[in-house]
Each structure stands twice: as structure tokens, then as C-alpha cells.
Ligand binder design. Structure first.
Ligand code: NPW
Ligand code: ADP
Ligand code: MG
Length: 280
């Protein structure tokens, strides 16, 4: 059987991105907790946090290794910081979050695994959980089940998807991927030079993207954007599609004049890009 694949085009932007109502406040645009950033991978959670704030999330907390606090605030004074070793401080923030993004730079040691299982244990029906990077690798290597009540969104690159689904990269096709996604109960973004999104039994393919994006941190940035979009826009599958499309559309535009596009430049372009593509 050949599965039907629908292209993601520019119309997704005005479909999803709305002019902000005057009568609103930061709480209207979602509380996000981003969890990751070991001592060596601090940049990953900083890039994800930057993407969440610049895509318009109302209130952002970064839960990370304490060694990242100063650089996080240097890049992003808008984010609150919580030391991931003080879990009693992190727990109420994770519970209250509308969206939790876990995995960028999380690492795969026992400490990381402990945090991941705690976050899965706290997930609830009013929460969206974006699972990226090391969290996907841990999910696969420990055969964890995804939380049942939250809306789960996975953002694997092809090797992470191989680990999670068991499908070798060469065998990853819309049909094989779709069958694996149906067992997982998660919206799944399989990232590549032409990223595909599996949501609600449908398959979508991105139409943008450039090799100028092939640099570390580009996926961490997408994870933060997905978090920021699903925090603000109520149709979750469409918000994921709009985040995927925006990430590559901004990169394509910058790549007209740049050899390489840096992840933080995508985040910094988001406020103007979203302004331009908002609908009444
Ligand atoms: N500044 C920071 O702090 C940064 C921190 N980061 C954090 O590091 C953690 C580990 O994440 P990771 O993706 O770097 O490593 P891993 O999970 O081992 O996968 C790589 C393996 O898969 C293979 N591969 C095959 N196809 C592929 C594809 N399409 N896309 C990608 N890889 C593909 C690939 O093949 P190779 O390149 O060797 O040919 C290699 O063997 C994670 O938490 C992440 O958030 C990074 O974001 C960087 C910036
Ligand atoms: N050649 C390419 N064309 C289009 N997009 C690309 C290309 N190479 C990488 N990307 C994009 O960059 C991101 C890479 O994600 P990932 O491998 O998780 O990066 P990292 O973990 O280093 O942040 C994905 O969104 C992918 O679609
Ligand atoms: Mg990644």
C-alpha cells in the first residue's frame, strides 16, 4: 500500500498563527518547562529555550544543570532557571506546565534517565509533552512506554527514529513509519532534509529546508519551536506543522544570503516572521 502524503505549504501559517487578542496576558500563551542540558550539552537546552521564548510562549522555565545558569541568562533573561538537581523545586513547575519539552542535551546517563522517568510520571491529560534528542534515545534503550494521558509529540532525527521504531534508516518509508507511529500514540516528526509529520493517521511532508541548516542545535531549536507553537495555538497537529514549516522557511530565506544558518538566527527571526504571517 502506498500511503497518501500531503505537502505542508505556506497556508499552514495563516491557518495557525493568529493576531493576539488585546485582552490577554502571558498566561494566555502557555507555560513551558524545558528540561535538558547536561554540563557538556548546555547549548542544546539554551537553543531550545531561545526558540520557545522567541516563538511567543508566555512563560518559560529551563530546568537544567546548574553550570548552565549564567550562559542561559546571558542569552535569555526572559527564561526562569531551575537547577535540575533540586527536583523538589522542579516538580511543581513541571506539573503546572502546559507544555514540557524534554531531551535537548539531556544526555543518557542514570541521572538523565531518572529525570525522564519522573517527568513521564508527572505527565497529565492537560499537558503536551515534546520528546526530543537524548530523551528519545533513552526511551528506546530502556523500552519505556509513553505516558498515557498527555499529548505526546516526538521529534526524532532518522537515527533516533531507528532507535525508537526499530526501522532501519534505509527502510523508513511513509508506510513503515505510519505503522510504527500507530503503535506509539504520538504525533511524530521524522526529521530529514524533507521532514515528515505523522499526526492523526495522516502523513505530511515539509516543502522547505536547506543544507545550510545542517549544523548542531538545529533540531534543538525545532523542539523549542514546537513547544512554543503548541503552547499558543489550540490545534496541536496544525501547530506542529506550522512550527516545522516556519523553521525551514526562515532558514531558506536566510540561506539566500548566508552559506550556513545558525540555529539561534532562526529563533531571532521568529518574531518578525510570525508578525508577517499572522491572520486576523
Ligand atoms: N551544542 C549542544 O549542546 C548540542 C547538543 N546536542 C545534543 O546531543 C545529544 C545527542 O544528539 P546527537 O543527535 O548529536 O547524537 P546521536 O543521538 O548519537 O545521533 C547521532 C548519530 O546518528 C547518526 N545519524 C544518522 N542519520 C542521522 C540524521 N539524519 N541526523 C542526525 N544523525 C544521524 C549519526 O551519524 P554520523 O553523523 O556519525 O554519520 C550519529 O551516529 C542530544 O541530546 C542533542 O540534543 C546536539 O543537538 C548538538 C548540539
Ligand atoms: N540538508 C538539510 N536540509 C533541510 N533540513 C535539514 C538538513 N540537514 C538538517 N536539517 C534539519 O536540521 C534539524 C536537525 O535536527 P537534529 O539532528 O536533531 O539536530 P540537533 O540535535 O543537533 O539539534 C532537523 O530539523 C532537520 O530537518
Ligand atoms: Mg537532535
Amino acid at each position: 500500500m502506498m500511503a497518501k502524503v500531503t505537502k505542508i505549504t505556506k497556508t499552514i501559517l495563516t491557518d495557525v498563527i493568529r493576531k493576539r487578542p488585546a485582552n490577554s496576558f502571558k498566561g494566555t500563551y502557555g507555560k513551558i518547562a524545558l528540561i535538558g542540558g547536561s554540563r557538556n550539552f548546555g547549548g542544546a537546552i539554551i537553543m531550545a529555550s531561545l526558540a520557545a521564548v522567541y516563538s511567543g510562549a508566555g512563560l518559560v522555565t529551563t530546568i537544567t544543570d546548574p553550570s548552565n545558569q549564567t550562559s542561559l541568562h546571558d542569552w535569555l533573561p526572559e527564561a526562569m532557571f531551575v537547577d535540575w538537581d533540586q527536583f523538589e523545586q522542579a516538580e511543581p513547575i513541571i506539573k503546572a506546565a502546559d507544555v514540557v519539552v524534554i531531551g535537548p542535551g539531556l544526555g543518557t546517563d542514570n541521572h538523565a534517565f531518572d529525570i525522564l522517568t519522573k517527568v513521564f510520571g508527572l505527565a497529565h491529560k492537560d499537558q503536551k509533552l515534546v520528546i526530543d534528542g537524548s530523551a528519545l534515545t533513552l526511551l528506546a534503550s530502556n523500552n519505556l512506554s509513553l505516558p498515557k494521558d498527555s499529548t505526546n509529540i516526538l521529534t526524532p532525527h532518522q537515527m533516533e527514529w531507528q532507535r525508537v521504531s526499530g526501522i532501519k534508516i534505509a527502510d523508513q518509508t511513509p508506510d513503515t513509519n505510519q505503522a510504527a507511529v500507530q503503535k506509539l500514540n504520538a504525533i511524530t516528526v521524522v526529521k530529514s532534509h524533507r521532514t515528515q509529520v505523522y499526526a492523526d493517521g495522516q502523513i505530511f511532508e515539509n516543502t522547505g529546508g536547506t543544507p545550510a541548516q545542517a549544523t548542531g542545535g538545529m533540531g534543538d531549536t525545532l523542539a523549542g519551536m514546537v513547544g512554543g507553537f503548541v503552547a499558543q495555538f489550540s490545534d496541536t497537529p496544525k501547530a506542529v506543522l506550522a512550527a516545522v514549516y516556519s523553521h525551514s522557511a526562515i532558514a531558506d530565506k536566510l540561506a539566500e544570503k548566508q552559506y550556513v544558518v545558525l540555529p539561534h538566527q532562526i529563533s531571532e527571526s521568529l518574531p518578525k516572521f510570525m508578525h508577517k504571517h499572522q491572520a486576523e
